[in-house]
Design a protein around this ligand. Structure first.
Ligand code: 4AD
Ligand code: MG
Length: 477
């Protein structure tokens, strides 16, 4: 007999039919009630065993964590908490599990503990819900772009250029680290390396996406990105997924409009398609918040926050306006910021971003027109010669979720900027070439996928929204 997913059974409720299910035991009560979960949905299926007819040797193997195949009849449930249940006729133990050493017991475990059991944590309700929402968000990302005429492009993972110019890259090399070949100057001879040059894991697919936008029109990437920044925070990963749309003929305003429409779309999609999981995560968050002191509690629940972002326009504020607000803010005057804001030109720290989003505006904020000196070389220079057409989207509880810009399409201005910033022009020859042949105004942005999943699920730590997180000193699994 072919097995049916629990999600389908709970939805269709085919009472009085014989069915087979396969899954993992969450709990087994009173030698009679198995709560079986197969990952297809949040809810377990209650499966009722006739212990008088079941051999002791089988009963002994029905333990939390064991994998079973069960056949029987679906009937209306008399008990509370479920509408149907499976009256079990046959039990097959597919994969036994030692109840004493199985780490995921039917009780509350801390997320820190579960991170050390990342290979098993998806068998908890919270992680399974987060991963289902993550999957739905990925689908929505593709659906949004595909239905708006964008083409999906795959940009290289191994690259020779540092797109962001931040120098936070992981080297890719096949040289023997103990005996690397040296050149005459005594430094490592990368000509002898696999690619005949120094290469790294990419920090962004943007530069290559630009090349494709200037031919396909509107494109997007959705792939892994790597950053060797030593940031041990709840918002940084060394390996994360980024979505980078890139559009020919878009200026910065078009770019902001698209980003807002895109975020609104994917959040609406999960509200529609992940109701059960989101309600569960909403309750989880409310519970977590209730253990915090009143003053630190979030004003809104998870679903409320998602709806709020969908229903309200993002506030658009220039960097210069933001600096004025911050300069005159109470925490700045009372010296509460770790980094005081005194002058135009300083980079914004996350404490400043959080103040703007969570205290001052109380909604998502798009900051634009940043000082050129704190942004990457490729951003289009404004006529004031001081600022560039950059935009960052800041979210409550998350901080920066999107970074983007209009790109510098003028050959001479770009070349000048590359020189000023001391970047090796030779590595970027092809990128500069794009400004020689049919260059047009174009724009794009990058959205950190895990930060979006964090927002959508209310998870406090980014390590808990990706299956196997990579962070400093941690690449287990
Ligand atoms: O602001 P970033 O560095 O922008 C770029 O890489 C541009 N090339 C994007 C573009 O215009 N095509 O990164 C974009 C986003 C950030 O806003 C943040 O959401 C996320 O990527 N991000 C990270 N997410 C998790 N861990 C990290 N270490 C991240 N660094 C950036
Ligand atoms: Mg950024």
């Amino acid at each position: 007999m072919k097995a049916t997913k629990i999600k389908t059974l709970l939805h269709d409720a085919p009472v009085e039919t014989n069915q087979k299910v396969q899954g993992w035991v969450r709990t087994f009560r009173a030698n009679r009630f198995i709560a079986l979960n197969d990952g297809s949905t949040l809810a377990n299926l209650q499966c009722v065993v006739d212990f008088e007819k079941t051999p002791e040797s089988i009963l002994k193997q029905i333990n939390t964590g064991a994998a079973l195949a069960l056949e029987g009849k679906i009937i209306e449930s008399q008990g509370k908490g479920q509408t149907i249940e499976l009256q079990v006729n046959t039990i097959e133990i597919l994969g036994p599990s030692d109840p004493d050493s199985y780490p995921i017991q039917p009780k509350k475990h801390s997320f820190e503990f579960l991170r050390e059991k990342a290979h098993l944590r998806v068998r908890t309700s919270t992680f399974a819900a987060v991963m289902r929402v993550r999957s739905a968000l990925s689908f929505a990302v593709h659906q949004f772009f595909q239905s708006h005429g964008f083409y999906y492009v795959n940009t290289p993972i191994i690259t020779g250029s540092d797109a962001e110019g931040a120098g936070e890259m992981f080297r890719v090399s096949t040289l023997d680290p103990l005996h690397p070949p040296k050149n005459e100057a005594g430094t490592i001879d990368f000509k002898a390396d696999f690619f005949g040059k120094e290469t790294n894991l990419t920090v962004s697919g943007q530069l290559e996406a630009e090349a494709y936008a200037l031919g396909l029109g509107e494109v997007y990437t959705f792939g892994p990105t790597f950053r060797a920044e030593n940031s041990n925070t709840a918002r940084h990963l060394a390996e994360f997924w980024m979505i980078e749309p890139e559009m020919a003929f878009y200026d910065l305003n078009d770019n902001m409009d698209l980003a807002e429409k895109f975020i609104t779309y994917v959040l609406s999609y999960i509200l529609e398609n992940c109701k059960e999981d989101l309600e569960f995560l909403d309750d989880r968050l409310t519970n977590e918040e209730s253990s915090k002191p009143q003053a630190e509690r979030s004003q809104m629940g998870l679903l409320e926050k998602i709806r709020f972002v969908i229903e309200n326009d993002f506030k658009r504020v220039s960097y210069t306006e933001a600096i004025e607000i911050l300069k005159n803010s109470t925490p700045n005057k009372k010296k509460k910021f770790q980094y005081p804001v005194n002058n135009w030109g300083v980079d914004l720290q996350s404490e400043h971003e959080r103040f703007l989003v969570e205290k001052h505006f109380n909604c998502p904020v798009i900051l634009y027109d940043y000082p050129a000196n704190i942004k990457a070389f490729y951003m289009r220079r404004n006529d004031d010669e001081k600022t560039v057409r950059a935009m960052d989207i800041l979210f409550p509880g998350i901080g920066e979720i999107v970074g983007g810009s209009q790109r510098e399409e003028r050959l001479d201005v770009l070349q000048k900027r590359i020189k000023e910033m001391g970047i090796d022009e030779k590595e970027l020859w092809w990128y500069i070439d794009l400004r020689r042949f049919g260059s047009v105004p174009h724009s794009g942005f990058g959205l950190g996928f895990e930060r979006l999943v964090q927002f959508a699920t209310g998870m406090g730590n980014i390590r808990d929204v990706i299956p196997f997180p990579r962070t400093p000193q941690n690449a287990s699994f």
